[in-house]
Design a protein around this ligand. Sequence first.
Ligand code: FAD
Ligand code: SF4
Length: 337
Amino acid sequence: MPPIRDVMPAFELFQPASVGDALGILDRHGADAWVMAGGMDTFDWLKDRIKKPKVVVDLGMVDELRGIKDASGGLEIGAMTTLTTVANNPLVKERFPLLAAAALIVASPQIRNQGTVGGNVSQDARCWYYRAGWPCYRAGGNICYADTPTSVNREHAIFNADRCVAVNPSDTAPALIALDAEFVIKRGSAERVVPAREFFVGPGIDITRLTVLQPGDLLTAIRIPATWAGKAHYFEKVRDRQVWDFALVNIAASLNMSGSTISDARMVVNGVAAEPYRLDAVEAAIKGKPRDKATADLAADLAVQGAVPLRHNAYKIPLVKALVKRAIRGEAEWATS
Ligand SMILES: Cc1cc2nc3c(=O)[nH]c(=O)nc-3n(C[C@H](O)[C@H](O)[C@H](O)COP(=O)(O)OP(=O)(O)OC[C@H]3O[C@@H](n4cnc5c(N)ncnc54)[C@H](O)[C@@H]3O)c2cc1C
Ligand code: SF4
């Protein structure tokens, strides 16, 4: 473990009151600047002195980044909206209970009160070697300490590893992909809208970050279209302790039913790769099939094709299979109520 210190290294602190001001500061300071939302990931990095930005841009005063509003039957959620607000908002609960369930199970009530949805999807990898300051690939070095015969890699990836075997730790990320959400990113005077799936990147694309966000970028909002409003859904998170813990594996599914037949589906697992892992083959295979045991068994086998376990995490393969089966059979509804 890194030494936890009470006093952070010095940095220049900016507390802009508008998106325009925040973007101006980010533009001026480039890679020297660190965006701070709720601080739940940020403070760990700063206090452990593993990341030492010269400038911190605290978004806490930017009211226009907070709130949830209707968008033609879908929703637009400001990046600075807390996870508690997302989980409890009546519109989210009514239209997209999948997202409410995911937000409600993040960490602890205290962290959900402070942590934001923008920060939750933008948080960095929890790999303990990296977070302790070991100079691995993700930190700009030329080795992965988690992928050796003696590594402690029980919580690491089984899919899409490319040198780095860290996983994406977010609970809301797979739910947002399963709802076809879009992420609004501003930079200077430009704006781009990125589909949720493309917001997250694996090590083969960029080994130093989990998302497309680059210095100067500000995630301002998350848009969820009406497409999956009111459809069947399933969210389940498996963790070592039923409190204050990251997922070993979680699953988010949206299912469009025509009678008893699945007419369309989104199925995403997280905690298994550096990006939330969308189960394309499963989605294609279950279309037109009933939500029953035979479909679930077929999907479970497809879900883990290509999985490559490390020394200590082969348990994730049967775990993914079990979660896919439960999502298709619609079991454990208690997990989302
Ligand atoms: C003990 C503990 C347990 C946790 N357990 C879980 C868990 O079970 N599941 C889970 O999903 N999460 C968990 N978390 C993470 C937590 O839920 C927070 O949601 C998350 O770390 C960051 O949210 P934040 O708003 O505090 O962002 P910050 O910590 O301030 O920022 C996180 C990262 O996102 C970037 N960022 C934030 N907002 C923006 C923006 N608008 N534009 C551009 N970049 C931005 C920051 O630069 C930083 O790199 C846990 C955290 C702790 C400390
Ligand atoms: S898994 Fe990734 S973050 Fe962890 S030590 Fe290996 S390269 Fe670094």
